[in-house]
Design a protein around this ligand. Structure first.
Ligand SMILES: Cc1cc2nc3c(=O)[nH]c(=O)nc-3n(C[C@H](O)[C@H](O)[C@H](O)COP(=O)(O)O)c2cc1C
Ligand code: SF4
Ligand code: SF4
Length: 252
C-alpha cells in the first residue's frame, strides 16, 4: 500500500506516481487521522510512505501515523521523502521506526521538489519550479521500479553526531517554532473557506467570515500557499513571495 502526508502536493504527487507504477492507489493518511480511530491494515506486500522533509527528516505526521496504526509484522517498508534540498537523517529515523513497529526497513529515498516553506525561505517562480519537478520525475520512477522489484533503496549512512544534533534541533523546532500566531488573513480574503477544508490537522475555523488559526499546526504551509486569493501572510516573512500552488498547478 502507498500512503502519503502532504501540505502543498509534492508528496501526494510522488505517492500517486509510485502507486500508479506499481498498479495501486495512493492513500492520504489524514483520511484516517481525522476519523481518530487507529486503522488496522492487513494487506500483504510492501508499504510505502511518502511525506515532506520537515527539519531534516521525514514529517512527524508520518512517524506518528506508523506508530498509531497497525501493519502486518515484517512488512517491507519504504520511505519516500520530498524535500527542497535534503531528507537529512530520515534513513536512521525510518530504520528505528521500523524496528519499533516490527516492520522490515527497505530504505529511504529523497525526491527534490519545489520549496514550500514560505514562512522561512524564499519560494521560487513557476518556471524554476517546473524545472525542478521535471527533474524529479525520473527519480520518482526509479524509486517505483525499486519498490516493484522488492529491492532495497540505496541510502547514505548517517553518523552518530549528525543524528543526535539534528534530532535535538528537530525536537526543539517541533515544540517551540511550529506556531500559528503569525498567520493572518488580509483584506484580500473572500471567506471561501478553502483554507479550512485543506488544513490536514483541522486547525482552521471561521470567525466573522475570516479564518482563525488554532494551536495544532504542523507548519505544512498548505493554507498560506493554496489560498486562491493569496490572502494569508505569515508575519512579514511571506510578504511579496510567490505562493507555491503544487505540482499540477505548476505544470499546467
Ligand atoms: C516546516 C517545514 C520544514 C521543512 N524542512 C525542510 C528540510 O529540512 N529540508 C528540505 O530540504 N526541505 C524542507 N522543507 C521543504 C519541503 O520538505 C518540500 O518543499 C516538500 O516537498 C513539501 O512537500 P509537500 O508539498 O508534500 O507538503 C520544509 C518545509 C516545511 C513546510
Ligand atoms: S482560503 Fe484564502 S480567501 Fe479563502 S477563506 Fe481562507 S484566507 Fe480567505
Ligand atoms: S494551519 Fe498549519 S497545519 Fe493547517 S494548513 Fe496551515 S500550516 Fe498547515
Amino acid at each position: 500500500m502507498v500512503f502519503y502526508f502532504s501540505g502543498t502536493g509534492n508528496s501526494r504527487f510522488a505517492a500517486e506516481r509510485i502507486a500508479k507504477a506499481i498498479g495501486q492507489e495512493a492513500h492520504d493518511i489524514t483520511v484516517y487521522t481525522k476519523k481518530k480511530v487507529p486503522p488496522v491494515f492487513i494487506e500483504g506486500g510492501a508499504y510505502v510512505f511518502c511525506c515532506p522533509s520537515y527539519m531534516s527528516a521525514l514529517a512527524k505526521a508520518i512517524t506518528d501515523f506508523i506508530s498509531w496504526a497497525s501493519f502486518p509484522k515484517g512488512s517491507k517498508t519504504y520511505f519516500v521523502v520530498t524535500c527542497a534540498a535534503s531528507m537529512g537523517i530520515t534513513p536512521k529515523v525510518g530504520a528505528e521506526l521500523c524496528e519499533q513497529n516490527g516492520l522490515d526497513y527497505m530504505g529511504s529515498a529523497q525526491v527534490v521538489m519545489p520549496q514550500n516553506y514560505i514562512a522561512l525561505f524564499t519560494t521560487k517562480q513557476k518556471e524554476d519550479n517546473n524545472k525542478i519537478i521535471s527533474e524529479a520525475l525520473p527519480v520518482i520512477d526509479m524509486i517505483a521500479e525499486t519498490v516493484k522489484n522488492g529491492e532495497k533503496l540505496e541510502e547514505k549512512k548517517i553518523g552518530k553526531i549528525e543524528y543526535s544534533v539534528t534530532k535535538w534541533v528537530r525536537d526543539v523546532y517541533y515544540k517551540d517554532f511550529m506556531k500559528t500566531k503569525k498567520f493572518t488573513a488580509t483584506d484580500k480574503c473572500i471567506g471561501c473557506q478553502m483554507c479550512v477544508r485543506i488544513c490536514p490537522l483541522n486547525n482552521i475555523s471561521m470567525q466573522d467570515n475570516k479564518p482563525v488559526w488554532g494551536d495544532k499546526c504542523s507548519h505544512c504551509m498548505a493554507c498560506i500557499n493554496r489560498c486562491p486569493k493569496d490572502a494569508i501572510e505569515y508575519g512579514k516573512g511571506s510578504v511579496g513571495k510567490p505562493r507555491y500552488k503544487g505540482p499540477e498547478a505548476n505544470l499546467e
